[in-house]
Design a protein around this ligand. Structure first.
Ligand SMILES: *Cc1c(COP(=O)(O)O)cnc(C)c1O
Length: 365
């Protein structure tokens, strides 16, 4: 049996009738930039997140970048980021000319360790940027008071956490702004690039609306040097279909995670830890193993597809060589990079495939 890590075409097949109709409707509308599909999706996604505003943009990196711009982050400023995250979190800070300041994660949840944040704050710090990594909510009630104490803004990177709940409340409305990606493999995935920012701050929402559209509110009147970063109406139409299925698909992910948790307890793997206040979106099911590469190769030979999120910590990437970080500086991030492995958890993973993965992992780990 062969089990792919993720089968995006199976997701399309499941919703093909609805998606094809949405695409046809969008094409017939005559709007190819902006328009009713984008506005409808923004309204529906804001409501889903419990936020006043959702502003569609071109992708998740732009969502982070424009959110930081809207908060006036620029050269000389510092932004606190996790030492273990997808590099987009750091790049958004760098794109503003600001400096990402890494903070190590909690070893069990993989999310930024709130007890380490205060010692990373300086007079230049402007924003704390937690990531809800792998779909697990970061500890917002520990992070937000630190931000208040030092008058910092909080931008959340929720690119992996659509639908996750923190203490019963869906993510999307805790910090000042929340950045989302609709990259196809995400829990709420488009069929191309897409992103959004949710916020309940009308002023910040207004600034994003101007920033994403050439710095213009009225056509050909440019208030600021803005960007072209818009959510495509075809993608918005598809996202409206998929948003209606998000909770059900997340429930399937949760069922798969429960099955792994039960079937793999007592194996040689470190399994995900979920605090009692967290309801993860289970974007990824990440285990750790001391001989990760050998395990990944053995699973591949058994037909089980896995991925590594992420094999190189951002501070050790060549892209950040000029920042002067050294190996060993962020040991938790480095250990996770060396030992983590993501098992298949897509909502279209069927029973037989799930059984096959559990059996293979138990035999090889
Ligand atoms: C996917 C992702 C992004 C970037 O999203 P794109 O839409 O690919 O630009 C940012 N942060 C995290 C944590 C992600 O997983």
């Amino acid at each position: 049996m062969s089990v792919p890590f993720l089968d995006l075409s199976a997701a399309y097949r499941e919703l093909q009738t609805e998606i094809d109709a949405a695409v046809a409707r969008s094409l017939a509308s005559g709007y190819y930039i902006g328009g009713p599909e984008v506005e409808a999706f923004e309204g529906e996604f804001a409501r889903y997140c419990g936020a006043e505003h959702a502003i569609g943009v071109a992708n998740g990196l732009d969502a982070l970048h424009l959110a930081l711009r809207a908060m006036d982050v620029g050269p000389g400023d510092e932004v606190i980021v996790p030492s273990n995250t997808y590099i987009a979190t750091w790049l958004a800070v760098s794109q503003c000319g600001a400096t990402p300041v890494p903070v190590e994660p909690d070893a069990r949840t993989y999310n930024i360790d709130p007890t380490r944040i205060e010692s990373a704050i300086t007079s230049r710090t402007k924003v704390i940027l937690p990531v809800h990594l792998y779909g697990q909510p970061a500890d917002m009630d520990a992070i937000l008071p630190i931000a208040r104490k030092y008058s910092l803004r909080v931008l959340e990177d929720a690119a992996q956490a659509h639908g996750a709940r923190y203490k019963g409340t869906r993510l999307g409305c805790h910090g000042d702004m929340v950045a989302w990606s609709f990259y196809p493999g995400k829990n709420l995935g488009a069929m191309g690039d897409g992103g959004a920012i949710t916020t309940s701050d009308a002023q910040l929402a207004d600034r994003i609306g101007v920033l994403r559209n050439y710095g213009s509110r009225v056509k050909y009147v440019n208030e600021i040097k803005g960007y072209n970063s818009r959510l495509d109406p075809l993608q918005a139409a598809i996202l409206r279909v998929k948003l209606a299925h998000l909770d059900e698909w997340n429930a399937r992910r949760s069922g798969i995670a429960a099955r792994y948790q039960q079937g793999l307890t007592g194996s040689g793997l470190t399994l995900p830890f979920v605090p009692i206040w967290a309801e993860p979106a289970w974007h990824l099911y990440v285990v750790q193993h001391p001989r990760r590469d050998a395990l990944q190769n053995a699973l591949a030979r058994s037909g089980v597809g896995t991925l590594i999120h992420y094999p190189i910590a951002p501070h050790l990437q060549q892209a950040y060589a000029s920042a002067g970080f050294v190996k060993g500086q962020f040991p938790l991030a480095e250990r996770i990079a060396n030992q983590c492995l993501s098992l298949p958890i897509g909502p279209q993973l069927n029973e037989a495939s799930l059984d096959a993965v559990v059996t293979a992992v138990k035999a090889l780990a």
